[in-house]
Write a protein that binds this ligand. Structure first.
Ligand SMILES: Cc1cc2nc3c(=O)[nH]c(=O)nc-3n(C[C@H](O)[C@H](O)[C@H](O)COP(=O)(O)O)c2cc1C
Length: 187
């Protein structure tokens, strides 16, 4: 079976480490796993008044999530939590109430920040949100990455020091997606 995995990056900065990580992961994906990086930088600020009249960018986001078999969130930590742009995207695709695009999608959480705890607190907050959104989320292994010179190789791939560790996370996440898809198919 092949899987489409939606990838949401919690930074819209041009030189984002997390975007680079998303691109590196995309290259590490095995055949049968197709990664799609979702755009969130053109979403309006979430406003509940617009629930019945969602912007085309919001509809696009929801369709991309709905068409995926899983979602990977790759986020930096901002002020010990998740960036507003990521929460904005999550809130958009969770509404109108009862029509969330996220529900039931198996999630993977990974992130890179400059601080020593490597997004641990951002991921903790994100996991709380994903639990509420009814997204089964891979528990182990956890990946907390501190941005350091040499993490990425010159070609944008993950350098040797961390490559195996990240590959193990990716393999575990894709197995989690497959297990979830199997469960859904047998219901
Ligand atoms: C508003 C703001 C708050 C931040 N707060 C944290 C933080 O709580 N922990 C941390 O490790 N880094 C923090 N940083 C630094 C980010 O880790 C750094 O900007 C990182 O490069 C962001 O990820 P990106 O490269 O994908 O954009 C913060 C940066 C900004 C702009």
């Amino acid at each position: 079976m092949s899987y489409k995995i939606a990838v949401v990056v919690g930074s819209i900065r041009k030189e984002s480490f997390n975007r680079k990580l998303a691109q590196a992961l995309q290259k590490m994906a095995p055949q049968g796993a197709q990664f799609e990086l979702l755009r969130i930088d053109d979403l309006p600020l979430y406003n509940q008044d617009e629930d019945a009249n969602q912007a085309p960018q919001v509809k696009r986001l929801k369709e991309q999530v709905a068409g995926s078999q899983g979602v990977i969130f790759i986020t930096p930590e901002y002020n010990r939590s998740i960036p507003g742009v990521l929460k904005n995207a999550i809130d958009h695709a969770s509404r109108p109430y009862g029509q969330s695009a996220w529900a039931g999608k198996p999630a993977g959480v990974i992130g890179m920040s400059v601080g020593a705890i490597g997004t641990a607190l951002a991921q903790k907050d994100l996991r709380t949100v994903l639990a509420y959104l009814d997204m089964p989320t891979l528990g182990q292994p956890e990946v907390y990455l501190q941005a350091k010179d040499g993490f990425f190789a010159a070609d944008g791939s993950i350098a040797e020091g961390s490559r195996d560790f990240i590959q193990k996370w990716l393999d575990a996440y894709l197995a989690f997606v497959a297990e979830h898809a199997g469960r859904v198919e047998t219901v």
